[in-house]
Design a protein around this ligand. Sequence first.
Ligand code: ADP
Ligand code: MG
Length: 285
Amino acid sequence: MEIKLNEVSFSYNPRSQIETKALDKVSINFPEGKITSIIGRSGSGKTTIAELINALLFPSEGTIEYGSFLLSSKGIQNNHEINNLRVNIGLIFQFPEEQFFNMTVKDEISFGMKYFKYKTKDIDNRVKNSLKLVGLSEEYENRNPFTLSSGEKRKVAIASILAFNPKVIILDEPTIGLDALGKKNLIQLIRKLKMRLNKTIIIISHDIDLVHAVSDNVILLDKGKVITEGDKYTVFKNEELFKEYGMHIPKMIEFSNLVFRKKGIKIGYRDEINDLIKDIYRYVK
Ligand code: ADP
Ligand code: MG
């Protein structure tokens, strides 16, 4: 499912002394089956976008299109539609595992589906499938979620969203608190969700190397405005712009740019370090 933000503005505490304009006429397309990342320093409005798309907030101005369906400052006509929307748009919050409150992984993943009154047999199947998808074996069903490693907890939190089979998945700062292995596994999982299941994925992150590893398109946000957007290679060419807005570009692209500046050799942009090394060997031979 494609999502479009049309000139969306949003203020917290509008018409009060503490009004904060978090978004200012933001227009973004999130194409179906692609991974789009939103980056930008803290306070730039990234999480606000995620909460608007999930209809936890309504735009102050502008609209959000989901296929034939429209969200505006008036919200949605009835709650049934809101539930429909939320089932189709899985939002994985920052530190989702902090919201765990069930004593088994199975209950944790089932909780949302019980709320939405799914049938027991359907729930059981969906728990199994979503655990498999995130790479946890069936034995995890009876584990206590609070005793898992940070990477495993994150996987359980993601599984509880995947169980709904949403068309769109939004991950807010998914690598925070993960170690190197947890991060590597997450990158593989995100790639799998796109390749095998054709999900529309939105990633919100400070982690420029994650963004580089998985994204198709990148949007740089600052003070509630879109500064630049496009496919990641085009966007990351502009190293100076990123510096200006308190960000750096991915190390691998920085390296390619440096080699080009200093040596006049164009080694190209690569997603995987191994491919980059092969390119370099080709030049030094
Ligand atoms: P990011 O996720 O990029 O760090 P946010 O979307 O959380 O940015 O915040 C954007 C702006 O809105 C910031 O100025 C922030 O202080 C403000 N803001 C966020 N949440 C609230 C809230 N619940 N009440 C008031 N202001 C908020
Ligand atoms: Mg945030």
